[in-house]
Ligand binder design. Structure first.
Ligand SMILES: [Fe+2]
Ligand SMILES: [Fe+2]
Length: 294
């Protein structure tokens, strides 16, 4: 494909300037992220931000009370949730729950809807976190959010030009079980002039997300190309992407193969044996851990 990097970047800039509603991160998400970065923030600060949005508060408590966290008894307040799970865990749930707003938009085709992508993103988030914990990679929270936003570029494509995304989905030639015949990234270059990796990376920069998230969005289909300092996180999400595609909803529009690449496993120190042991645990977590869109 002869579309050069400069032309792709130009396309991303053009898309971002046209869709201000997604190009702006929900204000509440931004405020929670700022709290995460400020090490002096307290449970009360988080409570103050979240209490401005009762729907968000309800969504957070629903997740906190899901069997994924295995807490004894019902948790009915954000403060109590923070005591039980810790401030960081609740901040992450809050960020995830506030991002859910961006994944609305109905069904595009039988092979693709925003809801399918949200389920897939949740699955990759959970798989990333569980693999990172198992390997003691020291990135639990970051791993969860990175998994959640890795394909956000597809949502940008959907908001920017629905019909072009429908065209992309149809040109990937998915069969009835969602297995694509053609590489989505090649198809995207032909239709949009840029890929969901390009759009996702651009969106992370616009949102002032941590640079590691831009690397995850930009390289999750080619982790070997990621900047060295983010290599671990990018490889982790690349592994989790395939793991999730083999479990749960089986969404895999952008994966011709769901085989987990051995180079990516080596990069994070995951053996086939460890993965085999983890798969049933991840599958169980997926059945209960998804954050609802409503
Ligand atoms: Fe992707
Ligand atoms: Fe994905």
């Amino acid at each position: 494909m002869s579309i050069n990097a400069a032309a792709r970047e130009q396309k991303v800039r053009e898309a971002l300037s046209e869709i201000s509603h997604i190009a702006t991160l929900p204000e509440i998400t931004m405020r929670i992220i700022n709290l995460v970065e400020d090490t002096s923030s307290t449970a009360q600060d988080l409570q103050n931000v979240i209490s401005n949005d009762p729907a968000l508060c309800a969504r957070i408590l629903k997740v906190v009370n899901s069997s994924f966290y295995g807490l004894p008894g019902q948790v009915s307040s954000i403060n109590r949730a923070i005591v039980m799970l810790g401030l960081n865990a609740v901040k992450n749930i809050a960020i995830a729950a506030s991002l859910a707003k961006l994944f609305r938009g109905g069904d595009l085709t039988p092979q693709f809807s925003a809801k399918m992508l949200w389920s897939h993103s949740n699955a990759v988030a959970i798989a990333s976190k569980m693999i990172a914990n198992e390997l003691n990679l020291g990135l639990g929270d970051e791993a969860y959010l990175a998994g959640l936003i890795h394909d956000i570029g597809i949502m940008l494509e959907m908001q920017y030009d629905r019909n072009q995304l429908i065209d992309v989905v149809s040109r990937t030639g998915c069969d009835s079980s969602g297995v694509p015949a053609n590489d989505m990234l090649e198809v995207e270059l032909g239709v949009f002039g840029a890929t969901h990796e390009d759009f996702g990376r651009g969106l992370c920069v616009q949102w002032k997300f941590p640079v590691s998230f831009a690397a995850v969005c930009g390289y999750h289909h080619n982790p070997a190309g990621a900047p060295e300092e983010h290599s671990k996180l990018v490889n982790l999400v690349a592994v989790a992407d395939r793991v999730a595609a083999n479990l749960g909803s089986h969404y895999r529009l952008d994966l011709i193969s769901t085989e987990v690449p051995s180079e990516a496993m080596d990069a994070i120190g995951l053996t086939s044996h460890m993965l085999e042991q983890l798969m049933p645990k991840i599958e169980e977590a997926l059945s209960v851990g998804e954050i609802s869109l409503t």
